[in-house]
Design a protein. Sequence first.
Length: 413
Amino acid sequence: MRELTSRLPTSPGFWRSPLRGPWLTSVLGLVLLFGVGVLFVTGLLSYAAYNPGLSPVNDKTPDKGLLGFYLFAWPTDPYWLYRLTQGVHVTLGLTLVPVLLGKLWSVVPRLFTLPPVRSVAHGLERISLLLLVGGALFEFATGVLNIQLDYVFPGSFYPLHFYGAWVFFAAFVAHAVLKVPKALRTVRTMRASRDDDLVSPRPDPPTVSRRGALWLVGGGALLMCATNAGRSFDGPLRQTAVLSPHGGPEPGTGPNGFQINKTAAYLGIDPAETTQDAWRLTVTGPGGTVRLDRAELLRMKQYSVALPIACVEGWSTSDQWWRGVRLGDLAALAGFDGHPPDVLVESLQRRGAFRRGALRANQVADPRSLLALHVNGEPLSADHGYPARIIVPGAPGVLNTKWVTRMTFGDLS
Ligand SMILES: Nc1nc2c(c(=O)[nH]1)N[C@H]1C(S)=C(S)[C@@H](COP(=O)(O)O)O[C@H]1N2
Ligand SMILES: [Mo]
């Protein structure tokens, strides 16, 4: 009988690894306490950076209501802000995958304990664990899928990952409040109590030490970090990011030879619509409507600025030299002198996401925010948004609309 029951995962004897116990679980838990905290903060910042308050243009998350309480106008300083916060968010998220898996492995016997619910309090705790584990798997899965260029999860990434983050983090905080004191005690005394339910009653002989197991998880995490972090840099470093897309197709060399998200061909931009004869920029606002061709834009005062492209997917380029017209000067054409408002930017693109984006007044007012016509001394290439694209300091790449054709100035929120 004893033999039979220990073949079922509901029996403690089924779990034979001598590694399981409060020590391993506590160490991995404390690493996640710190890591998930950073992921949550950088994730909320990432959402704020998107200016979701400019609904429904930038964000279609319905009824974010109270969850959006913290939103603020995303600053333009320092100009590498989003490159840093999103690089950390994505690289750290990938680095923590082995730690999360190790932690789940270390507590998996508890998933099968019988009876499943012993009391009301125990039932509530199990529900919170469901939200915790489910939330963690959901957030890591949607996050990893989103950086694979081809997003396959049903539904829009933003509301899924955003709501998921709040559910996960609420359960995470409850769990941490309950468990951190014990975890700290366990790690500090380096002693694992023998009667803990995670300790196997019939352990197999060890094949690896506790420290060895930790090295395995830590080595996996380092490997994830080393094979992904390169996406935040150019040149040979980017080639070290063998485990994740570096952005879109390989960009080639020359002034326009830096990372491309999606090419003009892929998005169906018709070259016939971008010629000097065909293309016009329409600038509108309460002061009237102005239509400009590229030559007229080039006759306006041109400014140069060195800014990176930093994508929500975690990759970024180093600073590129952009040259073009100040957004503030275009706002002046639309009747706003001195105090520019928000702006809605629309591209030639007809299908797919990111056809348009909205920028906040503080972004329009920054003298480094440009409608760029040149990059690194050459006209923009088709893939980087010729005839004209937005570039704004500190902003996520997705707001740097390419192939701009219309800008509508006015209060959007
Ligand atoms: N019209 C349009 N503009 C766009 C996009 C798009 O799909 N369509 N992608 C955005 C995203 S997500 C990023 S990260 C940047 C990338 O710019 P790059 O391809 O010049 O590097 O362009 C942005 N501008
Ligand atoms: Mo992006």
